[in-house]
Design a protein around this ligand. Structure first.
Ligand code: TXA
Ligand code: MG
Length: 311
């Protein structure tokens, strides 16, 4: 049975197996950091290359003392403010973190998820490595059915309902004088700013090199997605699609709410729905949604999910 209880998940995790668990951002494919076979199985199941490091999930920063060699004051303050929640902190690791988890990098990514089921499981299992529960480069799962659609009978999943945040956590690290955003998320730059200012740090977006998982092709739906970034008629759009993607297609416009919080919550599920029609070419035109505020996270996911961006 692919749907299992939190209790059964705890047993599986304790015996070195992997399970998909709900978090408030996206579902994660979890395994104990103490089990090398479990970590290997995560990479294998996701078909994820070993150069793409995993986030380690913990109940709180104190429980991660043995995993990190230092806890800079600003990171402690960020954890106090935003944990449990959709923020991942990059910290110097100790030898208690397997190099396989960090892809040989000297730092480890830590996050305390807010979902009550994730917390219940973590309290019993201890730290869990968990990337999003999707195949490498594909759309992230925001409900239990998405995980089953992705992995079938191969992965057991604990159903925790639809994810409330809907996009992966904001990932931040420190780099001489900067608080770097390695991946934008729903914890916005403006939320981080008072903490950075207090410590005389500037906020900047990190280069792709700093975050090996941030490759250009990511989050891709099963059918092509075209992102439109300038005003153009549907006819000229059809011409471009016919020339550059495929001859026969059904154009499907991605519809998202104007409120970025709701848009983030629905984003991956809407992509999956549209991709059920195998003839579909999905069109994402952000100007239609009249988003206001910081939507760096949504724009980042859209650009990476896109087969083609029309500037
Ligand atoms: O919201 C989330 O963060 C979800 C849920 C399940 O917690 N997890 C998630 O994991 O998105 P994943 O594996 O799909 O993305 C993790 C990304 C990596 O691709 C990489 O960019 C960055 O986090 N990362 C992990 N460890 C790192 C490290 N040591 N140094 C730099 N970047 C790291
Ligand atoms: Mg992912």
């Amino acid at each position: 049975m692919p749907m299992i209880s939190a209790r059964a998940a705890i047993q599986k995790l304790q015996s070195g197996d992997i399970v998909a668990i709900p978090t408030e951002t996206v579902y994660g494919l979890a395994g104990s950091i103490a089990s090398r076979p479990a970590i290997e199985k995560i990479f294998r199941t996701k078909e994820r290359p070993y150069f793409d490091p995993l986030i380690v999930h913990v109940i709180d920063l104190n429980s991660a003392d043995h995993l990190v060699s230092a806890k800079p004051k600003i990171m402690q303050e960020l954890a106090k403010e935003f944990w449990p929640g959709p923020l991942t902190l990059i910290l110097d690791k100790t030898s208690h973190v397997d190099d396989l988890i960090t892809s040989g990098l000297p730092r480890v990514a830590l996050r305390s998820p807010q979902h009550p089921i994730a917390q219940e499981i973590l309290r019993s299992t201890g730290p869990l490595a968990a990337p999003s529960a999707n195949k490498f480069t594909k759309t992230s799962p925001t409900n239990a059915q998405h995980v089953l659609d992705e992995f079938g009978d191969v992965v057991d999943v604990v159903d925790g309902g639809p994810c409330q945040v809907g996009l992966e956590s904001t990932v931040v690290g420190l780099d001489s004088g900067y608080l770097e955003i390695l991946r934008p998320g729903r914890i916005l730059a403006e939320d981080l700013l008072p903490f950075a200012q207090k410590h005389h740090l500037e906020i900047r977006s990190a280069s792709a090199k700093a975050s090996p998982g941030q490759h250009a092709q990511h989050y891709q739906p099963a059918v092509p997605l075209v992102m439109v970034q300038r005003a153009m008629s549907e006819n000229s759009l059809r011409e471009v699609v016919a020339q550059q993607i495929q001859k026969e297609f059904t154009l499907k416009y991605l519809q998202l709410p104007a409120d970025p919080v709701l848009a983030a919550r629905l984003f991956y599920a809407e992509l999956r729905k549209l991709a059920e029609d195998s003839t579909a070419v999905i069109v994402a035109d952000p100007s239609r949604w009249s988003w206001s505020g910081d939507t760096a996270d949504l724009m980042d996911r859209l650009k990476r999910a896109a087969r083609l961006v029309i500037h």
